[in-house]
Design a protein around this ligand. Structure first.
Ligand code: COA
Length: 397
């Protein structure tokens, strides 16, 4: 199965890797503070844990850690572009990817830029990357999605925080997934979620964001179909943006209703289940979330060879995009499934008191000058700020 004409190169994902924070908190800890049944989070939201960053971790250190194994495997000879997608940016001007460029020792003949549109922008980055590679098939593009989801403490949204980064290498004749040409897009100005410049946490209208998400996916799906995209029953697996994994189930049930699918609710839910394993344990990673859904699916026991994956990407505010890809034969040899699972298990379990202390310390830290003692064992760390300049360095053993 291929979407490309004989004259256009097959373009898609050559490699994918992820990184997350040093710590994890079980949502039963939050349930205790909120005085609710943990089942509200485990079942109602479909979340069991969230990743919590050490004081010397941020979107840059996670991004560099996610991209490092990709650079190690593929080198930098064909790399011309780094697209860094985030909605938790660390600077109003400088692209976070420029720090990553230095930490990874990338060549100077590389362009680096940051993209923003809530949880959606990594999907725009992927599409831009595919277009660049289609124009010059000898070039490769590194797409990085890295975010820390932070909401007001003690708000209903607090249990849907998290942190993570996914790095993807886009190339011609890819080892993992061939991207198909049709995409469906949708934009509507909605105030369901935003973060003003003065605020460290996002402002969210949770209930509105759920209906805005479903409306946007419906609109993008209709556009996808009108442009020759695959029908619902021609898609074998569906990777949705997962601010909490139950959201993917809600959206999938909604889409199934819109298209008139005759699948039962249990069959629909089973279609989503293999995509939820990582997000359920990491929490919301905003731009990275839809690609963590993909990674969980690729790392599952299912043989996906030749199967079509649908991607349903949503960013509040709101922009959505639907596209699809075909899994290449031999894809398993390009995965790091055991390392991925080990990375999740290696996080330090913290209780609610430690979690509140970490957040409190971060809020109280001097934003102009601060030294962060080493906490993380990730490959790169955020050593602090000196005269308003962020300091990043490889972590010493
Ligand atoms: N056992 C099982 N399920 C339970 C439960 C229990 N003891 N108690 C509650 N639930 C269920 C509820 O029925 C509900 O499920 P449903 O939506 O399928 O009906 C779910 O748990 C959540 O409960 P609810 O009362 O709606 O939660 P909330 O008002 O505290 O907050 C969000 C939920 C998602 C609105 C909130 O976490 C939020 O604003 N998150 C950030 C925004 C976001 O992620 N938006 C997504 C689109 S981008």
């Amino acid at each position: 199965m291929t979407a490309s004409s004989p004259n256009t190169p097959v373009v898609g994902l050559e490699d994918i890797a992820f990184a997350t924070g040093a710590n994890r908190i079980d949502l039963a800890e939050l349930a205790g503070r909120f005085g609710v049944d943990p089942a509200k989070y485990y079942v109602g939201l479909g979340q069991s844990e969230m990743s919590v960053l050490a004081a010397d971790e941020d979107i840059v250190t996670m991004a560099a850690a996610a991209a490092a194994p990709i650079i190690e495997r593929h080198g930098t000879e064909r790399l011309r572009t780094v697209l860094f997608a985030t909605e938790s940016g660390i600077d109003q001007s400088k692209a976070a990817g420029v720090y990553v460029h230095r930490l990874l020792g990338l060549p100077q003949a590389v362009r680096v830029v940051e993209l923003k549109q809530a949880c959606y922008s990594a999907t725009a980055a992927l599409q831009f990357a595919a277009a660049l590679v289609a124009r010059t098939p000898g070039e490769q593009v590194l797409v990085i999605a890295s975010d820390v989801a932070r909401y007001e403490l003690h708000s209903n949204a607090e249990p849907t925080q998290g942190a993570g980064a996914v790095a993807m290498l886009v190339a011609a004749d890819p080892s993992l997934i061939e991207l198909e040409a049709p995409t469906g897009v949708y934009t509507k100005d909605v105030m369901d979620f935003w973060r003003p410049n003065h605020s460290a946490t996002a402002i969210v209208d949770g209930k509105l964001s759920i209906s805005a998400y479903q409306d946007a996916i419906e609109g993008a799906w209709e556009d996808f179909r009108s442009r020759g995209g695959a029908a619902f029953d021609e898609v074998d697996h569906f990777c949705y943006h997962q601010p909490f994994t139950k959201m993917a189930i809600k959206a999938h049930r909604h889409l199934a209703k819109v298209v008139g699918s005759e699948l039962t609710q249990a069959e629909l839910d089973a279609q989503i289940e293999p995509t939820t394993g990582y997000n359920r344990r990491i929490g919301n990673s905003y731009t990275a979330s839809v690609y963590l859904a993909l990674l969980a699916l690729l790392d599952s026991d299912l043989d996906l060879t030749g199967e079509r994956i649908g991607f349903l990407s949503y960013g509040s505010g709101a922009v959505a995009e639907v596209f699809s890809g075909i899994v290449r034969s031999g894809y398993r040899s390009a995965l790091r499934s055991e390392d991925n699972r080990a990375q999740l298990d290696a996080r330090t379990a913290i209780d609610d008191a430690r979690y509140l202390q970490l957040l409190g310390d971060a809020a109280a830290a001097d934003v102009h000058d601060v030294v962060h003692p080493q906490q993380t064992s990730a490959p790169f760390r955020f050593a602090g700020v000196a005269a308003d300049q962020r300091q990043y360095e490889p972590t010493t053993a």
